[in-house]
Design a protein around this ligand. Structure first.
Ligand code: C5P
Length: 229
């Protein structure tokens, strides 16, 4: 059985949500979005540690949530995040205890399915890295600064990337180290590994694993939670 650490970046300000409180700490159903998200992983075989990165002022709240949700045989840690998602995860990586796999999952994707997490872990064991995603349903355009369309890449090869993004621990540590050294900032973890020319596999998930980003996403999340209760 492989040992696994789950890293949850939850240190974003959530400005697109137009709320005072950061998104992971908004209530959804009977608890916060962060707690809903962590619950999805708890029955995963081999999970031994959960590391959550929050802003300084939410460390206490993060720790309370971990105390509430993490079973005694598992370690729950809450640490201070950074200016960017990448820095938050870099800080969390310094605390990882698992030796095999590290999963990174956005705090604000509370509808991920256990089977999809498992599929992603299996692929990461085999290939080094694996991320969950879905085929792009819209035609995607590349534009310039004037918002003129420059290219229409074939949709056949375009996928929307979600999380979890799962990697063998040494590979992810190396990728983060190298990105920091080179001053490279990516918007996901996979891009840091891809630039080392290492293989990352795309694993098909589903569209219920959306990221709660805009007020409309929160409305949808509330409907889905009500339905499941
Ligand atoms: O901003 P975005 O939607 O890409 O954020 C994705 C995840 O990264 C969220 O869970 C957010 O809380 C987290 N994040 C972070 N540290 C930052 C910025 C974002 O942990 N500085």
């Amino acid at each position: 059985m492989t040992t696994k650490t789950l890293i949850i970046p939850a240190a974003g300000a959530g400005s697109r949500m137009q709320k005072e409180i950061p998104k992971p700490f908004i209530e959804l159903g009977d608890c916060t979005i962060l707690e809903q998200t962590i619950r999805r992983f708890l029955s995963l075989e081999g999970l031994q540690q959960v590391v959550v990165a929050t802003s300084e002022s939410f460390l206490g709240r993060g720790r309370d949530i971990l105390d509430e949700v993490i079973p005694p045989q598992m370690q729950g840690l809450c640490i201070t995040g950074g200016e960017t998602r990448q820095e938050s995860i870099y800080n969390a990586l310094q605390k990882v205890s698992a030796i095999d796999l590290v999963m990174v999952h956005d705090a604000v994707r509370p509808f991920v399915k256990l089977q999809h997490i498992q599929n992603c872990c299996n692929a990461a064991e085999q290939y080094g890295g694996a991320v969950l995603g879905v085929p792009a349903k819209d035609t995607i355009k590349r534009i310039d600064d004037q918002q003129e369309i420059k290219e229409t890449p074939s949709r056949q090869y375009l996928w929307q990337t979600q999380t979890p993004q799962v990697f063998q621990k040494d590979l992810l540590v190396w990728a983060y180290q190298k990105a920091m050294e080179d001053g490279f900032t990516g918007t996901d973890d996979s891009s840091l590994v891809e630039r080392l020319n290492e293989t990352v596999k795309m694993v098909e998930g589903d569209r219920s694993n959306f990221k709660i980003t805009y007020p409309l996403d929160l409305e949808l999340a509330e409907l889905l939670i009500k339905e499941s209760e």
